[in-house]
Design a protein around this ligand. Sequence first.
Ligand SMILES: C[S@@+](CC[C@H](N)C(=O)[O-])C[C@H]1O[C@@H](n2cnc3c(N)ncnc32)[C@H](O)[C@@H]1O
Length: 730
Amino acid sequence: MTLNLSHRTQLVATAVAASLATAGLVHAYNTHIRRTRRKELDDEVRRSISALDSMQIDREDVESQAFRSQLNLQSTSRANGSSLDYDEDLIREQLARNYAFFGDEGMAKIRKGRVVVVGCGGVGSWAAVMLVRSGISNIRLVDFDYVTLSSLNRHATATLVDVGTPKVKCIEKTLKQIAKWVEVDSRIEIWRKEEGGRLLEDADWVIDAIDNIQTKVDLLKYCYDNKIKVFSSMGSGAKCDPTRIQISDISHTVYDPLARSVRRRLRLLGVDSGIPVVYSTEVPGDVKLLPLPEEEFQKGPVKELGVFDDFRVRILPVLGPLPSIFGLNIATYVLCELAEKPIGNPLPIKNRKKLYERMYRDLLKRECKIAGHQINKLPIDEDDVALIFEDLHRGRSVVPPYDIPSRPTLVRWDPTRPLSIENCVVFELNDADKHVNALWNPDGSASTTTTPAELWGPEIREVVDRRAAEARRVRDWVMRLIHPRGSVFGGICMIYKLLPKTMAGRQTYFHTSLEEWTRSDEYHNSFLIPKDDILDAVVKNNHEQGLPDIAVTVAQGKFLNLLVKTTGAKRVLEIGTLGGYSTIWIGRGVPSDGSVTTLELNPQHAKVATDNIKLAGLADKISVVVGPAVESLAKLDAKEPFDFVFIDADKPSNLIYFTEAKRLVRPGGVIIVDNVVRYGRVADPEYSDNNVEGVRRLLHALKDDQDVEATTIGTVSEKGYDGFIYAIRK
Ligand SMILES: C[S@@+](CC[C@H](N)C(=O)[O-])C[C@H]1O[C@@H](n2cnc3c(N)ncnc32)[C@H](O)[C@@H]1O
């Protein structure tokens, strides 16, 4: 029995040893085969290199050894034209990690997938490289452009030797070095909708990495109409925060000017959703557009670059990693789709859309309550809400310790100014209630006893000022972006829709950025208006006393001064004093025996104005009357008429003030009303607020008014908007 058992054990042991030996042999054989193939591959590469060395390429400017070997390696694939036997084992070994991730079935789909990359710059090149590294075996590259030295900061494959060569060829070379099996169809062409199908033939996925907005929209529309799957890249220029990059359906994008513009253009073409995109919600920092490079000018008149209608003529700064992250996002998405293992619910911010909608509704409700009537639309929209909440206020309340509010609420900050992205802050709900209750009277008028700075103190006011400055910077950035000469997309720019509503209004009516208006004012003032220590002190004083920054500009003040002098006005009436800035300009214009009466509701404003007027040495000429202007006006006697009236107080009362001004001004006298254009909103039938309605009522009345002749003249200036009505009493 013992013997038997031992014999059986021996047999089993022999069988096991034999199998192990066989397995070992098979393994050794496979290893040997693999080693041999790898060696063949290495030898082939080496042969190619030495072949190239012996060709003695004339590269006098190329001196470093590293540079030379790079050149040789890049040329390897060309020398390898007759592709080496690179069998399935090696392919699977190369793609082993991807097989482990997607499984055989998923990888089979990926390897069969056909992808077309349209636009092979900083985004497209990275997408292409990662797709091929991950198993895509059939790729078409479409781009008309050539590698420049300046594109080396972001391109996935371009090196110094590629400068001046077509981008698609440069990528093709690298792809073939990465994957021996890949078939690359490089097309040095621009994609055009007229013959769009040719370049997209057989595509399972199209990647739109174009930086030209019109071509981008055309491509997306074409794919949508023809049921071709397409993934689009939005703008990565001028951004640096990788945490803001995300993938979503185009319909869910929030605050990205390019995404917004593309979305709106597509909507006009009947495409609302169904296109995945990568985009960033980041609002760029202080970004300067670089001037058009000299070589672009040498190509001929810049306008003639218009073969591609809105080809960019100025350059947006780009931090290299950003476009690459965009490209890698795209590759990831497309690979998962091809493998039929799509990314599940990729966008956290999508869920915040509801939050923005709620915040918008709450703000609208509050503004309606303040206005005392229904408002259909606010001057800011839900994207602006996202911008204010996420980007300007970082999702935090303005009240220390700057917590993340459990019920974030937007509220207009300064009740004397209209709602705008600059004049809107984030509070916790109960703080928002406190703000509104303290700063607005029950009839909707602004409180005359409390200012926001008084209510919340200097620390919070400073935070709000900083946020407002940032909002202005954002607006300037967007304005520069859309500016015909500063446009990322250059040419004649039709993308004012890219702006948040508050900004779009401005763009609709003029095409110069705030920065340019300010520079223009400063430039002209430097010739025409000498430095004035007293007025500088007045401005400083107003600021320190917490008065809102709503006085007329320097140039407007001087203009009022000149008008007073031109008309020879001796007696002037002003409605709306604030800190007396315009009053002082006017007071300086009247002769020594002249006088100015200025009406101010807010006692604190009146006090600051009185101090300023004293400082300007005009206390003898100017009297500040405190109280509601309507009441002060009623007390003025027309027997002592005025020569000149400047109306610049609460806009809803414009018509009453104008009617009173007519009563009080002599025949031939002048009446000026400020702030009658209001970003062009007065003329926007879809827009309504109390101030706009106040101007409209005045205009309607003026239409049939036989007592005056009037015109509106835009003043724009460093405020970037607005105008005066200039009327003469007949
Ligand atoms: C736009 S600011 C005037 C700016 C000033 N004209 C300047 O350029 O320096 C409007 C002023 O009108 C005042 N105001 C508002 N409602 C008023 C009312 N009903 N009666 C008199 N003043 C009023 C405000 O307190 C504010 O100081």
